[in-house]
Design a protein around this ligand. Structure first.
Ligand SMILES: CC(C)(COP(=O)(O)OP(=O)(O)OC[C@H]1O[C@@H](n2cnc3c(N)ncnc32)[C@H](O)[C@@H]1OP(=O)(O)O)[C@@H](O)C(=O)NCCC(=O)NCCS
Length: 170
């Protein structure tokens, strides 16, 4: 069944936390979402849920993170995203990523960064960030730290990614 993709509302917060806790098997991601919502990096139009028959089955959040070179620019960080376990592998995660990327492109955002599964994200055009001379702040394998340029991407959009404090609180 095709989900409705829409922006989150406060009525969804409990279900979003539940989906993340079930999908990740821990509460860290649900806490991260709350911390981002309370920060100045939250972007309401890029906090999306997937809904089927009034049930929240998936969630994705893009928020502003920093790309630091000579100047610091704000780019999008995709984190976290989750699909309710019994609804996984039915295209819901892909629908959420595609919807988010379309909104981000329409907002003239330059770049999206994600730390995640290369097998999943490469299908949307994410490549290891090193391809764009973008450095991860974490000591992780190169293929899991990925970037996807959008139409407003400029060659000078490179440097080291710095996550804001909301990401350190959890
Ligand atoms: C990752 C996740 C969001 C994908 O959502 P989904 O609705 O299952 O995704 P789709 O149905 O659109 O796509 C399924 C594809 O994702 C792949 N995938 C799902 N979980 C994966 C994982 N842990 N590692 C690698 N690939 C994964 C599947 O293998 C499948 O690939 P295929 O199409 O080649 O068979 C979902 O599985 C999930 O919530 N996982 C647990 C939490 C998590 O890992 N979140 C993402 C952090 S980066």
């Amino acid at each position: 069944m095709k989900p409705i993709i829409r922006t989150e509302t406060p009525q969804d917060y409990a279900a979003i936390a539940e989906v993340n806790t079930l999908a990740f098997g821990q509460e860290n991601e649900a806490k991260l979402i709350e911390a981002i919502r309370h920060s100045d990096r939250y972007i309401p139009e890029l906090a999306l849920v997937a809904e089927i028959d009034n049930l929240i089955v998936g969630q994705i959040l893009f928020s502003y993170i920093d790309l630091v070179d000579k100047e610091t620019i704000k780019v999008l960080g995709l984190a976290p995203m989750a699909v309710r376990p019994q609804f996984q592998n039915q295209g819901i995660g892909s629908a959420l990523v595609k919807a988010g990327l379309e909104i981000a492109a329409a907002k003239q955002e330059a770049l999206v960064i994600v730390l995640g599964h290369p097998h999943f994200y490469s299908r949307f055009g994410f490549q290891p960030s090193v391809v764009y001379e973008i450095e991860s702040p974490f000591p992780v394998p190169e293929d899991v730290f990925m970037a996807k340029p959008l139409t407003s991407f400029q060659e000078k959009s490179k440097g080291k990614v710095v996550y804001p404090s909301a990401f350190n609180e959890v």
